[in-house]
Design a binder for this molecule. Structure first.
Ligand SMILES: [Zn+2]
Length: 103
């Protein structure tokens, strides 16, 4: 049976989550860093990785895949993904209304 596009995305996301979790646990075991320090370094690494990949898609080093980085929108999306995963309650319609001052 063929996998649907959403099943492929879910499987890919789970594979990435597994790899990141394994790396997080390895770093906790091998260092004296506090969990939040490790997470901060991971977040910094994601930001640096974004920058490197965006640079590789910006003239004169344009990758042929066609992705055009939009730094403000891309970073907003990354922040939103982090917030939604870390604090799911913030993703509810009521929480969004409170933040927007409409509740
Ligand atoms: Zn590319």
């Amino acid at each position: 049976m063929l996998e649907t596009a959403s099943e492929t995305k879910r499987r890919d996301a789970e594979a990435i989550r597994f790899m990141v979790t394994r790396t997080f646990m390895d770093v906790l075991r091998q260092t004296n860093l506090a969990p939040l320090e490790v997470l901060e370094y991971a977040a910094t690494a994601i930001g640096t990785m974004y920058r490197d990949v965006a640079d590789a898609h910006t003239w004169p080093r344009e990758c042929p895949c066609g992705w055009e980085p939009d730094m403000m929108a891309d970073v907003a999306m990354l922040k939103s993904a982090l917030s939604a995963a870390a604090i799911p309650e913030l993703d509810s319609p009521l929480a969004r209304a409170v933040v927007a001052g409409n509740a």
